[in-house]
Design a protein around this ligand. Structure first.
Ligand code: ZN
Length: 301
């Protein structure tokens, strides 16, 4: 028996259907990330979904050091900013929101209720080539997953199925998980992308199978990730599964960078930022770590 997969991402392809995908489940890593913030449950679920989405998309990056960043932003939304990023298995994220307005929305607000009119930016940074690519879509549909599906269809012309589920039971930790299934362009160069054709029955077939996945299956830690793929696609000729990638809580904040940012302010402004002991307190938005910096520890500029 294989141990149930948790805090892992798994890649897979279904060669005869020209489909590829990812499946991710996070638990202890998610608890660890959420523990830094003390967010209300609605925001915890939202951030959990964003982290799963970042892991699903980020683990498709060809280079391990590449980074995937999700940023959902609005002008007047209850949630003004939601950020999640992924690099080489490391996940981190945070949210900014109006707690009073959030409380008025009740326990299960819609995506529109949370963000109003907003947009989702998805940024792929390829570490080795230095290539950076950003796609932006309106935050529309029922969920972040729906908005990202729309992004793939609209900006990338890649038909996709995205399913994200979260589970939080009192006294137990949080579990969040997701499945991404995509139709691969048939040959990268010199051929039309598959979507240009109006019918592609092999995609419709695997899509029909993928959408039968239940939230409860995704978040059931007794059900290993490969077993979910088997349940969905066992009638296919072949499913190739790649080695799992372990997920971890990772933050890249460091005191040298923070000093550098503070050092760019004029000395008078630095003095203004400091408390009565001359200490400027800077906290990392991602991990809530606190960096105390002495205001007079900079060269006078
Ligand atoms: Zn940090």
């Amino acid at each position: 028996m294989t141990a149930p997969a948790i805090d892992q991402a798994l890649g897979f392809t279904i060669p005869t259907r020209h489909a590829r995908g990812r499946i991710v489940r996070i638990g202890p890593v998610l608890d660890d990330i959420l523990a830094a913030h003390a967010y209300p449950p609605v925001i915890e679920r939202l951030l959990a979904s964003a982290l799963v989405l970042a892991a699903l998309l980020g683990s498709t990056l060809k280079n391990a050091q590449g980074q995937l960043t999700l940023q959902a932003q609005t002008e007047n939304g209850v949630v003004s900013l939601l950020v999640a990023d992924y690099r080489n298995g490391d996940l981190r994220g945070y949210a900014k929101f109006d707690a009073d307005r959030l409380a008025e929305l009740g326990p299960d607000p819609s995506l529109f209720g949370l963000f109003g009119k907003g947009y989702l930016a998805i940024t792929f940074d390829q570490a080795v080539t230095g290539e950076r690519y950003q796609g932006i879509v309106p935050l529309e549909g029922e969920s972040l997953a729906a908005a990202a599906e729309h992004y793939f269809f609209q900006s990338e012309q890649i038909p996709s199925v995205l399913h994200i589920a979260t589970r939080h039971e009192p006294g137990q930790g949080c579990i969040a998980a997701g499945l991404l299934l995509q139709h691969l362009p048939e040959g990268e160069v010199g051929r039309e992308r598959l979507h240009v054709r109006h019918d592609h029955p092999e995609w419709e077939h695997v899509q029909t199978l993928a959408v039968t996945l239940q939230d409860q299956e995704l978040t059931d830690t007794g059900l290993a990730l490969p077993d979910i793929l088997w349940r969905l696609f066992h009638e296919e000729d072949e499913i190739r599964v790649t080695d799992p990638v372990d997920m971890a809580k990772g933050c890249r904040c460091d005191v040298a960078h923070i000093r550098d940012v503070i050092g760019r302010f004029p000395a008078s402004e630095r003095a203004h930022m400091a408390d009565e002991h001359g200490v400027i307190s800077v906290d990392c938005a991602f991990c809530s770590r606190l960096f105390p910096i002495l205001a007079d520890s900079f060269d006078q500029a």
